[in-house]
Structures are given as C-alpha cells and as structure tokens.
Design a binder for this molecule. Structure first.
Ligand code: ATP
Length: 244
C-alpha cells in the first residue's frame, strides 16, 4: 500500500528499526505510523532511550530502516541509493544537532555555504551572498569570517540554523537543538524556529525541554519505541523531563 497521505508532507507507515547487538536483535522502533502536515511545528518527546533519535534518523534516511515506509515531500526516503539520498537530503531537509556539528576549519560563512556548494543550487557568488544574508538573519554577519570555536554555543547554533536554511528546504529536523544552551539562549533559538514556521517551514524537533515543547503545534510522545496513543497534545512534560 502507498504510504503517502494526501496533504501530508511526511508520512511514516509501520516503521520498525532493529539494531543488532551482541545480545541479539533490539527493536528500537516497533511500528510507528504518523502523518505530519506542511507547516506543522511537531515536537517529539520521550524518556532517554525511547527511540526519538532513531525516529529522526528514519525520516532523514541517515540510517537504514528495518521495515515500513517513510515518505517525505513526495519521495520514498529508503528507496533511494546513498548518493541520491545525500542530494535529496541536501535539497529537502535542514538538519540541526544538539552539538551544532559545524566544520571547525571553515569560517562561519563557509560553513553556511557548504550545503549550497554540495547541491550546486546557486552559483558560487550567489551562494556566498546568500550565506551572508542568512548570517545577517541570525545576527552573525559581523562574525562571518571567524572560525566556530571563536564564538559561543548559542551563536554556533544560530550558524547551524543558517546552514540548515541554506538551500531553503521545506523541512527542518532538529535533535535536541537547545540541549546545550542556557535557557535565555534556548528561547532565542526557539524564537527563530517559530519565525521559520511562520515563513512556511515544517519543523520536527526532539527535545527534553518542557518550555521548548510548549512552542510546538503538536507534541508526540514515544514510549519504548512506540507512539503513545491518546491526546498527544496533553502530555505531562513534567513526568518526561523528570525521568529523562
Ligand atoms: N547503533 C545502535 N546499536 C544498538 N542499539 C542502539 C543503537 N542506537 C540506538 N540504540 C538503542 O536504541 C534505543 C533508542 O535509542 P535512541 O538514541 O533513538 O533513543 P533516544 O530516545 O533518542 O534517547 P536520548 O534521549 O537519550 O537521546 C536505545 O535503547 C538505544 O540504546
């Protein structure tokens, strides 16, 4: 059966992921089915080890799926070759990590140019100009020739956001984007996320942070590799955060 749900930008159908461990197969995702609408700000919560990052990896295709289907923006993610996937990812997804993952030897400007250079969407001149504009948007243009280790963690995350937006992808995937930031800096990052949603992006964010989840338009909880059923918008964040 086709996994696409009309109107959805992302559809997961009975997604299972097993990891091989010395103790045998471990099922990290036990059959996740969910549809995400364009322009949603979806937050995924759950205790440590529940399967949140594994779920994101199934959406981005950076790890193989054991069974089931993932469809993003009309494409069946796990039916592409690795090369096709890499290009597709560069054009369709902006990925933001807890640890920023900037290239330490490249300037901020060069870091933001990387996805554009990889996908050849713009001429080198246009890509430089666009990287500068994106750094201006996150208020870091004046630092654009610095290396990542010369700026703060919050500033590095803003560079990572600029980089995620480089090819103007429809979907942003963020894994604990505020996990390493103090609460004031985290709020600034979440303000930028809200702005991105207003600009038409779809955001999927994993978080342990209750105030981050409160910004979302929908919250889903994963428990032991399964989506918790019931009214997912009324999850008690207190219980999740206390046990994370
Ligand atoms: N490569 C791997 N090999 C074996 N087991 C793995 C692997 N990656 C993850 N797991 C296991 O799969 C389960 C889900 O892991 P995952 O990283 O998705 O959890 P999480 O909810 O993101 O946790 P956290 O909040 O701590 O990041 C965990 O029990 C984890 O130990």
């Amino acid at each position: 059966m086709d996994s696409t749900v009309v109107g959805s930008i992302i559809t997961l159908q009975d997604v299972k992921k097993n990891y091989q461990t010395p103790a045998g197969d471990f099922q990290a995702l036990k059959g996740i089915t969910v549809s995400i609408d364009p322009n949603e700000f979806l937050c995924i919560v759950g205790k440590s080890g529940a399967g949140k990052t594994t779920l994101l990896n199934m959406i981005t295709g950076v790890d193989s799926i054991s069974s089931g289907k993932v469809n993003v923006n009309g494409i069946s993610v796990h039916d592409m070759s690795e090369d096709e996937q890499a290009l597709w990812r560069g054009l369709n997804l902006g990925i933001i990590y807890q640890s920023f993952e900037l290239m330490p030897m490249l300037t901020l400007l060069e870091n933001v140019m990387l996805p554009m250079d990889f996908c050849h969407l713009y001429t080198p001149g246009k890509s430089r100009e666009r990287a500068r504009e994106l750094l201006r948007m996150v208020e870091l243009e004046e630092h654009m020739n610095k290396l990542p280790n010369a700026i703060s963690g919050g500033q590095q995350q803003r560079v990572a956001i600029a980089r995620a937006l480089a090819n103007d992808p429809p979907v942003i995937v963020a894994d604990e984007p505020t996990g390493r930031l103090d609460s004031t800096t985290a709020e600034t990052i979440l303000d930028i996320f809200e702005h991105m949603v207003k600009e038409g992006k779809t955001i999927i964010m994993v978080t342990h942070d209750a105030s981050a989840a409160q910004r979302a338009s929908r919250v889903l909880e994963i428990v032991d590799g399964e989506l918790k059923t019931g009214d997912s918008t009324n999850i008690s964040m207190k219980s999740i955060v206390a046990t994370a």
